[in-house]
Structure formats: C-alpha cells, structure tokens
Design a protein around this ligand. Structure first.
Ligand SMILES: [Ca+2]
Length: 348
C-alpha cells in the first residue's frame, strides 16, 4: 500500500481510533448475526464462515478508509464537558424521528419543522400523533459522542408547547439518554405528563422541561438523547419542542474512599421497614468499582467525591449511591413504588 496511506493513519492516531471503532462495530454486527450457541458451544453458521475472511478484510479496509477520510474522530480528545443548543431554525440539526407501536390500526404521525410557534427564533419541531391505537410512541433522537466506557451526567432541557389542560386525558413525555439507539417500547424512558397547568382557553403554553441523567457510555462512545411523547389516550394531539439545551459532563473519579469488601444491602420500604436483605461484593480498582452478586458482575461504578456513581442497579434506576463513610452508604430508589431507599452496610 502507498506510503502516504500509512503516514496518514500513523500521524493521526485519533482518526486511527475512529477506524478501529468502526471496525469493532462491523465485527460485532457480524458476530451477532452469524454465531449461535449449541449445547453450550459457540458455533458459526457454516455457509457464512467461508465468507468470514473476505468479509472481515473488506470491513477492515472500509473502516480504515472511512475512519481516516470521512468520520469525525470520536476518541480520544473529547472534552469532558460538552454543551449543545438546538433551535431548528434551518433544519432538524441532526435529529431524526422514530416511533414504535404505530400499527393495529395504522397510526398517522409526523415530526417536522414548523413555524406555527417557536420558543426561540421562528421555528420549532412539531410532533403530530393520531393515536388511534391508544399506544403510539414517537420521538426524535440524536447521537452524541463521548469517551467510551465512561460515566457522564447529562442534562436535557427544552421548551415544550402543550395545549393539554386539566388532569385527565394527558399524554406522557418521553425523554432519556441511552447508550444505544432505542428500538422498542422497553428501551424508552417515560417522564411526567403533557399537562400545561393552564385554563382550557389558554391554548398552547410553553413549558420548560428539564431532566437529569447519569449514563455509562459503551464501547463506541455513542449516546442517544431522545425526546418525544407517548399517546396514552385514543385521540390526536400536536406538540412543539424548541430550544433544546444538552450538557454532557464526564464524571471524574477519585480514590477518596476504599469501598472494597462484602456489603449487606437492605431494601427499605416507605414505612422504613426492611423489605429484604442480601449480600454483594464490591471490587475496587482505583476509582472504579464492580458490584458482584452470586459470582456475577451486576453493575459497575465510579467513586466521585462522596458519591458512588453507578450503572443501573438491579433495574431500580439507581444512578447514585451516597457514601456516608467507608462502612455505610445509602441510595434513593427513584423508579420504584414500593422501595424508598437502599442501605449498604459493610460486613468485612
Ligand atoms: Ca427555534
């Protein structure tokens, strides 16, 4: 291969990383599609396996060329603080629309630029959902690029125009930050209702919506912000979104605490009673920790100041555990109607 090609790669390590990330993606896609497990053994589809080497060679060449020429490098060197504002004045500014549960019967829906009303400038994103099946979920999504395998605090703030008054017949807002592009209703994040707290004759009212998330990026450093609505009433509705402000702030770890050891976790109900207890082991390397239960890693985290920032804990949506001292911690349980908090006591 031409000398300049290698020079281009070796002189630009960030672009080389972009190539490797793309190759990694293609490789994972290939493996997902073409391997299966038979009686505990990992096997590859026979008719596909003979194409493996040509496919992977082709994928590597494509990755190197695209990564060096066309893709914005995503690692390393991303600032630990990123801020974005979207006002939809000229186009959708990288946001694309998507939806689930839009059939049976077919649901009419759209997300498009509109000059009907705007919170900033003259244009906003107009969401229309004719919710004839009583289940439609539509949203806009956009990828942001952060350091892979890292924790980020993400604030998503925007103006939302709704004409839904009263407490009845309201739709529900969807807003979340995800490590993967959402493809099912289970992967969406549901928030408060679409009510505008105004009188019926007020018409559309602009509401400021603000949500905070903690997320761990995965291998490719892509995180997706989603904003939309879930139709929870069989009717058609129109909403507007404008002036989206997004802040992604990397959580920096430190080693102020030694949390390594065996811990007893107590699930505490709203009446302060202990619902159940169980043991976990925390393994700590520097500021990074792993939560191990019954021999399996169930979550990971990073110590940052007096907080243990973590990935989802047992599906409870816990993103932060507050460190009282090296033998005691507690955490709120935001997405559970039975549990108020978890208490952690160090056993050994
Ligand atoms: Ca605007």
């Amino acid at each position: 291969m031409h000398d300049d090609f290698w020079k281009m790669i070796l002189c630009k390590p960030d672009r080389f990383s972009a190539s490797l990330t793309l190759f990694n993606k293609l490789l994972i896609k290939y493996l997902k599609n073409n391997i299966y497990v038979d009686e505990g053994e990992i096997k590859m589809l026979n008719f596909i396996s003979k194409y493996s080497i040509p496919y992977l060679t082709f994928a590597l060449i494509v990755s190197l060329i695209c990564g060096c020429k066309f893709i914005n490098p995503i690692v390393p060197g991303y600032p630990s603080l990123q801020k974005y504002i979207f006002s939809f004045e000229d186009d959708m500014e990288g946001w694309t629309s998507s939806g689930v549960d839009l059939d049976d019967p077919p649901v009419e829906w759209s997300v498009e630029l509109s000059k009907d009303m705007a919170a900033d400038g003259n244009t906003s994103a107009k969401f229309y959902l004719d919710n004839v099946n009583d289940a439609g979920k539509i949203w806009i999504e956009r990828a942001f690029y952060v350091k892979p395998h890292s924790f980020y605090e993400v604030k998503v703030e925007y103006d939302f125009a709704s004409s839904d008054w009263g407490d009845f017949n309201l739709f529900r807002i969807i807003t979340g930050v995800l490590p993967e592009r959402p493809e099912s209703r289970e992967s969406l994040v549901y928030q408060d209702d679409t009510g505008n707290d105004a009188e019926p004759e007020s018409g559309y009212v602009w509401l400021n919506k603000s949500y905070d998330f903690t997320i761990k990026s995965d291998y490719d450093g892509e995180v997706y912000v989603i904003i939309g609505v879930w139709g929870t009433w069989e009717t058609s509705r129109t909403y507007y979104v404008d002036n989206i402000n997004i802040t992604l702030n990397e959580v920096k770890g430190d080693t102020a605490y030694d949390l390594q050891g065996v811990w007893e976790v107590s699930d505490i109900g709203f009446d302060n009673s202990v619902v159940r207890t169980y043991q976990i082991t925390i393994e700590q390397t520097g500021s990074s920790v792993k939560f191990i239960r019954d021999g399996e890693t169930i979550s990971t985290g990073i110590i940052s100041g007096e907080t243990l920032v973590c990935g989802d804990w047992n599906g409870y949506g816990i993103s932060k555990i507050y460190i009282d001292d090296e033998t005691s911690m507690h955490s709120e349980v935001p997405q559970n109607e039975f549990l108020n908090r978890l208490d952690f006591k160090k056993l050994q």
